[in-house]
Design a protein around this ligand. Sequence first.
Ligand code: WQD
Length: 351
Amino acid sequence: MPKILVTGGCGYIGSHTVVDLIENGFDVISIDDNSRSTTYLLDGIEKITGKKVKNYKVDLKNFDETLAIFQENEDIEGVIHFAAYKAVGESVEQPLMYYENNMFSLINLLKCVQEFAISNFVFSSSCTVYGSPDEIPVTENTPPKKAESPYGATKQMGETILTDLAKTSETNVILLRYFNPVGAHPSINIGELPVGKPQNLVPAITQTAIGKLPQMQVWGNDYETRDGSCLRDFIHVSDIAHAHTLAIQYLLNDMNKTNCEIFNLGTGNGVTVLEAIHAFEKVTGQKLNYKIGPRRPGDIMAIYANNNCAVQQLNWQVKYDIDEMMRTAWEWEKRVKKDEELMMKQNPSLN
Ligand code: WQD
């Protein structure tokens, strides 16, 4: 079984990708310093796949410790890089922390990839590189705009570094630009575990519905969209995960036409914030306690994907619709609450 290194394997998209890789015949190891994750999702991966995935609890900013992992695993055939900080608002408040963490991690990882002549590298990028597009849906040829946050800038810089490296090395690169990943694995054994107060829409919805948050705000309903709220391309995390497996298989089978290829990972359908809330209410029967608030600085009005390249070249099919995204997100929120209550009972000091 080809061995794939997943960085950030204990995280939201990383853990779902680990499951999909294992289910498609890959041997997987993870590097995750657990600074923004826990091993809770590794337990969920084991429940789903029966496999205990080895995670190296190492900070990628530590080059020597990272290199040692490659020395111990000389049979790595591909790398999928998720490990990065990703909170837009936090990146505005702490830009240096974002540039140091996201860029030093990537550069150290790439130095190891070069040292061990690993020729397949998949990078977790984001639709944020498009900024506020002049035309939608966006294609992979839509020119990126100046990033609206240091987080977005780190994704753009990561793409530039990889594009330049691919030109002068044996490493073939795929850049996957996610739109808005949401939902949880259908088994409800893994899902999103936001650190602190959730910034993203769907965890804000589910935490409000379960009572962790008293009320949520819809940041603006005066945009020029069909209902005044922002428009996004919400995509189920398991669809995103499977695209990574297809991307690695595409490279391992030498299907790539150039040394650096880009794919949009979105459903191709735009959904507004209010439509997402109504889908949640319909699917779960939960009335959501929200109010309309002011626009959030940095938000763009509307974006959604043209995903033809991924569908045609990676043979990727989007399986989950907005209802299934909301259903699995809600089921996962309820599961986490139950596990938290169990942990509190077993260890009252956690209160
Ligand atoms: C979506 C919409 C909010 C919370 C960012 C990054 C992207 C990716 C996902 C990492 C916006 C509105 C939100 C709330 C709200 N990051 N909203 N009330 O900003 O589109 O994308 O996160 O992978 O790269 O750019 O996602 O979920 O934060 O916001 O009204 O409590 O929901 O204003 O219009 P965003 P989001």
